[in-house]
Each structure stands twice: as structure tokens, then as C-alpha cells.
Ligand binder design. Sequence first.
Ligand code: PGA
Length: 229
Amino acid sequence: CKKASDIICSVVRDNKNALLGLATGGTAEGVYKYIVEEFKNGKIDLSNVKTINLDEYVGIGGDHPQSYRRYMDDHFFNHVNINKENTYVPITTGDIDRELLNIKEIIDGNGGTDIQLLGVGRNGHIAFNEPGERLNASASIVDLNEDTIRANSRYFSNIDEVPKKALSLGIGDILKSKKIILLAFGSEKANAIRELLSNDFITTKVPCTLLKAHNDVTIIIDEALSEKL
Ligand code: PGA
């Protein structure tokens, strides 16, 4: 997490107007903790950066405790000098077509994000692009698969409360980023990371393998995953 924070902070130091592609999930929490620490130590100025998040559950408003807007405010935005007006987390309770256009404008307006932080699902999903015959290039409404719903149910009081759909950036949106960091912690991510690192195939059945088409990806894993590999 410290390493990922260092990479993100160096992108911001090089370009104070950087557009940061951000992720939620348990893994990313530690990254934000370290960026906040850098800020509190006076080592990073986020006043001009812009951010865009990868995804949001459909039908959950920004004030819902499990919304990704809330997550970002709680773990990151409320603790640094970022201008909240420059932070974008998809809004899924209103005009979805308008949101999809907003995302396109933000990403294409900057020529892709300057850096994209990614976690990865046990099934290899990146953002909410779940394994399948086909994947979306651009942002769209997607169905969450059962493994993801089960994994994310730890944040809800029961599994039935987990939304079944999400608005997610597409694979093309992610690959447009100038620089990508993917973090994977825990032995349960081993199958996904093995497919990413141990052969030369790209398959929509393991979406993170699409990252092989990008020329600047840093993959950070922990010891538990490394041992399993
Ligand atoms: P996690 O989620 O960091 O909570 O494991 C990652 C993901 O599903 O992309």
C-alpha cells in the first residue's frame, strides 16, 4: 500500500492537475491511508487533482453507508485538501445515460486517466467487469456475479442487501490510463494473478489478463499470495 501510495504521489508531484483513477474495496483502503499520511506530513498537495472512480452499485445513493461515494469520502477525500467538486464517483440513482456520457467526457477530456489504481476480484474482475464471453470497452451497467456478491456481502448485514448490478467503467476506459497499479492481497486471488503472470494469454474469462495489452502496469502482491503462487 505504501508503494502504491508512493507511485500515486509521484504522479501528482509531476502533474498537479493529474486525473487519478481510483478504486474502492478492502485492498485500496491502505493506499488511501498512506496518501493521507503524506498529506498530513505536508508532502503532497491535492488541491488541483481530479479523480474518477471505477464503479458504483446501482440504486444506492451517495449517502448510503455502503456507497462508494461514502467510502471515498471516509477513507480519502475528507482527510486531504482535494476539491470535492473535482471528485467523480458514478451516481446511479438518476439519469444513467447522462452518467455514462459524463464518464466519457471526463476520461476522454484528459486523454485517459494519468494513473489507475486497481484491485482485483477472486474471479479476476477489474472494476466490475466480470468474467464472460464479452466485456464492455466503455462504461455500462453490468450484472455482478455470485462470487462478487458473496465476497462483498461482508459489508452488508445480509447477502440479500448486496445490489445485483453496478455501473462500471469498461476495460477500454481502464486501458486508456497512462499508468496502472494493480494490488492483490491474499491467497484467494492466486488464480487470477496466476493467469495474469504465468502465461501469455488474454481471456475475457479472467478480465485482469486484458492488462497484458498495456505497457505500464505495476502489480503489487502480498506474501500470502506470493506463497500460494
Ligand atoms: P477487495 O476488492 O479489495 O475488497 O478484495 C477488490 C475487487 O473486487 O476489485
